[in-house]
Design a protein around this ligand. Sequence first.
Ligand SMILES: [Zn+2]
Length: 306
Amino acid sequence: MQNDKVDANVDSFRIDAHHHLWRYSAEEYGWIDDTMQPLKQDFLASELLPALISAHVDGAVAVQARQTIAETEWLLAIAQTTPSIWGVVGWLPISSPDFRSHLDLFSGDPLLKGLRHVVQAEAEGFLDQKEFDDGISAIEGAGLVYDILILESQLAETMRFVDRHPKQSFVLDHIAKPRIADDEIEPWGSRIRELSLRPNVVCKVSGMVTEADPHHWTPAKLQPYFDVVLDAFGPQRLMTGTDWPVLTLGCEYSQWWGIVEDWISPLTPDERAQILGGTAARVYGLQARAADAAQSEKQISQGESI
Ligand SMILES: [Zn+2]
């Protein structure tokens, strides 16, 4: 999956590895409760694009928010007509006996980069089920990523699950949702370090404001959790995501990028570039789009210097 030629240019692009889009309806987005009033409206590409521009983000990965096949079709259709959306992490019925036939219909779409299931809403032991394992084996065959969305209490079953799929590429969403609001770092910290020993898992630096309590948080409260994932995974296996628009409950889009930049400021330029876009490009297979973005930025900056 590594493309060294493109990686030489990694300092020139930024990827938001995790955002959502929706046309709001109470029936379809029941998880948006009354504490999330500002999210009860449409968030479409026309709202996303100014946010991307505000933080100089070149490309983005749209992630499913509904567990329907229609959601995957809808996101892919939007990505098709939105040059800034470089990929989609969709949803398909992974545990279903018909999963392979669904997968066949979608896996040829170059914009589909991965699949995700909302495991955080499932009962304990969900990831131990054979039906789900069989589905993941099919995903591996199709060359797609699987995004792991769990709570920190599901890290133990996640490790058993990952160990059964050593060749599958996994992205851990939202650093596995540690209990930041309660100032609890353990046992999350030890478990995340244990999970990071699996080289086929990378981690998204995202969703942390939400876990801290969007109304009462500071970057300093989040930083110890970032320090753990940086130390555990290293820059080559970290990517930045915003979880926009959920992020906006407590943080401006560009503010989040500023916080991540602050945290990574002691790193080398290449390490910073991995976290800001390089890892996402490599893992989700976005190198061609990233190379185009890097090239056009180089041309613009050369033009300006003349
Ligand atoms: Zn999200």
